[in-house]
Design a protein. Structure first.
Length: 94
């Protein structure tokens, strides 16, 4: 089995989160009611309509969470890569 760098796994995870979040945000911006319906179905019927804010969807409401999620995704991916290598006895390449 080949060894994967924790940094590369972190970048891969961060990129995946960024793409997923962008698709989700675009869908919500274009169809907010459908977005709420999707969340309700995804979380087994919790009513997210009660949390819907009347604030408009702006660039800042997209960028700030995107940055937070990308940083978090990188940290989680890098930790996963490091832990995977440590538990399987592989030497991680940086």
């Amino acid at each position: 089995m080949t060894t994967r760098s924790p940094w590369r796994i972190g970048i891969t995870m961060a990129s995946t989160v960024a793409i997923s979040y962008t698709i989700c945000a675009l869908g919500y911006a274009l169809m907010p009611e459908r977005g709420i319906d999707f969340l309700n179905a995804l979380f087994h019927g919790l009513d997210f309509r009660k949390l819907a804010a009347p604030a408009p969807f702006t660039l800042m409401t997209f960028v700030y969470p995107l940055v937070v999620l990308v940083v978090w995704g990188f940290a989680v991916g890098a930790l996963f890569g490091w832990l995977h290598s440590a538990l399987h006895g592989d030497r991680a390449r940086a």
